[in-house]
Design a protein around this ligand. Sequence first.
Ligand SMILES: Nc1ncnc2c1ncn2[C@@H]1O[C@H](COP(=O)(O)OP(=O)(O)OP(=O)(O)O)[C@@H](O)[C@H]1O
Length: 304
Amino acid sequence: MSTIINVKGLAKSFGSLEAVRGVDFDVEQGSLFAFLGPNGAGKSTTIDMLTTQLKPDAGEATVAGYRLGRDNDGIRSAIGIVFQDSLLDPLLTVEENLLVRGSFYKLSRSELKAAVARAVETAGAGDFLKRPYGKLSGGQRRRADIARALIHTPQVLFLDEPTTGLDPQTRQNVWTTIRRLQKERGMTIFLTTHYMEEAAQADRIVVMDHGKVLAEGTPYELKERYATDMLKLKPHDAEELAAYLQARSASYTVASGIFHIPVAETVRALDIIDGCRSNIAGLEIVSGTMDDVFLHLTGTEVRA
Ligand SMILES: Nc1ncnc2c1ncn2[C@@H]1O[C@H](COP(=O)(O)OP(=O)(O)OP(=O)(O)O)[C@@H](O)[C@H]1O
């Protein structure tokens, strides 16, 4: 796979506040990339720089082969952005909004119609095309916002918290659209989210806080590194199990008669189980989650 976004030493301060303090990361072409961090971590500032809305103080970046600061028009032609706050006019219908937006791209009338139709189809916004944007549900608005960002068929789609505030069913629908863009259209998706179960579906994750990258890797790698799997055992004889675990120098806690034994990886639980099989009345192995990773790295629960 080739790299479509490359970031080196990117930095931005607002007065004395160092919002982004020299970040480095790459995004693979066609991947679903999740950018995580608590409120104020510097995510939006980084995205604003990569999308040419904010001039960096230092560092460099290329997006779809275009150098930031040198070919910002090229970058803008290659990206689509779905902002947290919509840019569409609530009084116009979805179709009117998209046609107005599409008129910026200097297309002929027939090209414009075809581009809008393609964006609508891809975003699944066909059912409410003739309705005023302001009268749509949250999920429908999001689809219209995504359609707006797709009119010029971008290579990279930036989505800033695309599902925040939506109900679980609608979140799922919007998420299905995002996956389709990536899988079927080969689009690179650059996503920020406060929902860790969404981040867990990404190909690669960067976690940042206080303007710095804290960790990066696949969800699996991050969970292996920063989250602990837990073996939970219900013994027939608690004293016997305690003695067995102490003899192995395995740490554990007991709650309501259940032994909680942290294991580095889920398969390690097998070693423990093997030696005390006849004393086991019940067991469960709980994998570490992205929530654990986030908590470990940032020292804070996810704040939406
Ligand atoms: N235009 C600005 N002027 C001054 N300070 C700013 C400006 N934009 C952002 N900041 C500050 O920079 C820091 C990073 O903000 P940023 O919006 O990049 O964080 P974030 O990770 O996107 O947070 P969130 O998850 O809340 O969107 C914060 O302390 C914020 O208050």
